[in-house]
Design a protein around this ligand. Structure first.
Ligand SMILES: [Mg+2]
Length: 258
């Protein structure tokens, strides 16, 4: 069950934080939903798994440590870590076939789409990996914004179409993408777990957080909704999101969507 950490969600853009009241004005037609991917839609960091499994040395450890300490941005980290990977496309796809998405993701998507919400994935990993995993898990039609990847002679060659020239912290500046994607009159719901989610989450109206992102929100006394898996978020949407007429669209006793 979703643990309500606090239900007041100050947006970084608001000078005066105002209380978020789920039953007053939150309905499917005025929400946009953004998901992180690794350790949010999946139960672990897929890219970390690939790096650990297919690296020919341990150079990635130093890059990881430097990134966590804030000494380098994620682009420099990713470029350094991918340099040591040797994997064929066949090996990589076999690995990706073993990865499952959150067990509640399908029904959560059906709920959102039934309400007219087309969620978006914002990731600082790579679209090739994400789209293959989604496809292999029977999930189609989600817009993915992420870094790009090509396989060339057993090496992974990254490119970064969503960098921010004003900030080198993330390879994919999720905040820039979110700002260009989201409509100003919509409420932004953000679901994530990690360091690359901290910045965009500060620009959301409602944040669902776990792991590092949750810890950050707690330590900085910002408000969010803690979640364990998408079953929590599914239940939250069923309980709190209304249809345009202000009625519960999928309240208790209504037809279940599964
Ligand atoms: Mg993540």
């Amino acid at each position: 069950m979703t643990t309500r950490y606090r239900n007041i969600i100050p947006s970084a853009f608001r000078k005066t934080p105002r209380p978020f009241v789920p039953d007053a004005g939150l309905h499917f037609s005025n929400c946009m939903v953004y998901f992180d991917f690794d350790n949010t839609i999946t139960s672990f960091d897929v890219l970390d798994g690939i790096i650990e499994q297919f690296s020919i040395n341990r150079d990635w450890v130093a890059y990881e440590a430097a990134w966590k300490q804030g000494k380098i941005g994620s682009r420099q980290c990713l470029e350094g870590q991918l340099r040591s990977i040797r994997v064929t496309k066949k090996q990589l796809l076999e690995y990706l076939c073993t990865i499952k998405v959150d067990a509640h993701f399908h029904k959560l998507l059906m709920l959102l789409r039934a309400g007219g919400i087309n969620p978006v994935i914002l990731s600082d990993s790579f679209s090739f990996l994400i789209e293959y995993i989604l496809q292999h898990n029977g999930i189609h039609g989600i817009k993915v914004y992420s870094n790009q990847l090509k396989i060339h002679k057993s090496q992974l060659v990254p490119s970064f179409p969503y960098t921010n020239s004003l900030c080198s912290h993330c390879a994919h500046c999720k905040t820039s993408t979110l700002s260009s994607e989201a409509f100003k009159d919509k409420k932004v719901l953000y679901i994530g777990d990690g360091l690359s989610d901290v910045c965009p989450a500060h620009h959301a109206d409602i944040v669902f957080a776990k792991s590092t992102l949750l810890k950050h929100f707690q330590e900085t006394e910002r408000d969010c909704l803690a979640f364990t898996d998408f079953g929590d978020i599914y239940n939250y949407f069923k309980e709190h999101i209304h249809d345009a007429e202000g009625k519960y669209r999928y309240g208790a006793g209504s037809a279940a969507i599964s």
